[in-house]
Design a protein around this ligand. Sequence first.
Ligand code: NAD
Length: 499
Amino acid sequence: MATTSADMERHGAAPLPRRRGAMLIGGSLVGAVGGDTFVSRNPATGEAVGEAPNGTVADAEQAIASARRAFDNTAWSTDVELRIRCLDQLHAALVARSDDLRELTIAEVGATRASTEGPHLDGPIGIARYYADLLQTYSLTEDLGEIEYMGMRNQRWVEREAAGVVGAIIAYNYPTQLALAKLIPALAAGCTVILKAAPDTPLITLALGQAIAECTDIPAGVVNVISSTDPEVGAVLTTSPDVDVVTFTGSTATGRKIMAAASSTIKKVFLELGGKSAMIVLDDADFPTAAMMAAFMITSHAGQGCALTSRILVPRRRRDEIVDLLKQNLDMVTYGDPADPGTYMGPLISERQRAKVHGMVERAIQDGATLVTGGKTIEGQGYFYEPTLLIDVDPDSEIAQEEIFGPVLAVLAYDDEDDAVAIANNSIYGLSGAVLGSHDRAVAVARRVRTGTFSINGGNYAGPDSPFGGYKQSGVGREMGVAGLEEFLERKTFAAVIG
Ligand code: NAD
């Protein structure tokens, strides 16, 4: 069910003024050395949203130098009161600018209007509130008590200190969530940051830098925000001896490169990578509910979510029953102009991403899968793809093993609970998962699947206070919650002779 281009014009993000983003380096909003820019496009129309500076390696080096100076020479890393005040200011600034950020998110990211009230904007703004509050109560010291050593009394304690200069590199799909889940806890911990925007969605990330420069007392150089189409600009953050921590969200393939590059300077590396999560439908689940959840999950943000369940595991005896329900639900998904409040599914980010999704669907069919619905690009403007359902999927085939990042759901049949758990765990990834069925059975199954988050009967595990991250090749470390703050803290152990 699509909206038309006339609808697009009616709801259209159309008359948004064309943006000219600026990087934030050393406290100033600047263009790239040499003045080069690149165009950011609205994925629903293909039209330009605006231009971003096409940062160079020299820009990245300047940003690193300014973050290093701010860490070494300002009170940022030691003045907790200043940090609380600045995080409060940043939260207030993002709330005050949320109407503008919302329209930009819809236009540049292809996020639907409804999703900006959740994970695309209003949810992530809450991360600033959460860490400003946490910092009021979080203890940065731990008493280890006294010991007697070599005839002398020793007092011992641990202090938690900022880990240093952080290089933060993000993916395109939920840019504000990904940026703030790194930036805010790093700032709360007292680190200084160079945040690199994703090349497909630079303007919304640059807008965060602008809010920091214009509305907060965060000292110059504490936050630097850069944009570029050149992967080398991100790579510099992973090799520079002046960067202490790299935090990265993106594909597992890039994550591997980053881990290797960071090894020469033994940086702390924190990775949020890809996923291939499974929804397990137990035989005592409510099938209509399960089918509705699975269909609406895989089509949210057109399937461009790392933790979306792209595999649904169903009891073999009742497979056809649930496949019929899945098809009905997928065929009901409304897609089209993301600015229209009635739209559920927006576009893929680019023609390149759409071609990748379509190629995987075609290869799945060549590999023996059967197409139940969808499987086609949608003609017209923008990068839309039909909600797609595949059955008869071989659990070891590409479509069952590789991340698709599109609105494509693969059905896999299982024989019993052990078989379901084995299929769910048959993956290099371990990001998330879901199970539906009677509570106790569902909890027992959830415990056996090796992933960092799990939803039971539709439970929502996402929130600023909830650690998020992956097992296996889905990543290293946890974002958000207390764990997310501690990723950016070092522990220093003290011992003093006191008598
Ligand atoms: P990507 O890996 O292509 O790019 C991510 C970022 O890395 C971009 O900013 C890119 O410019 C930069 N980059 C590329 N090469 C680099 C290098 N050699 N050194 C340093 N930086 C480099 O990912 P993408 O296509 O933007 O995003 C999709 C991927 O992100 C999916 O795999 C998805 O699962 C993952 N993701 C994971 C999470 C999570 O929390 N686990 C959340 C969102 C997205």
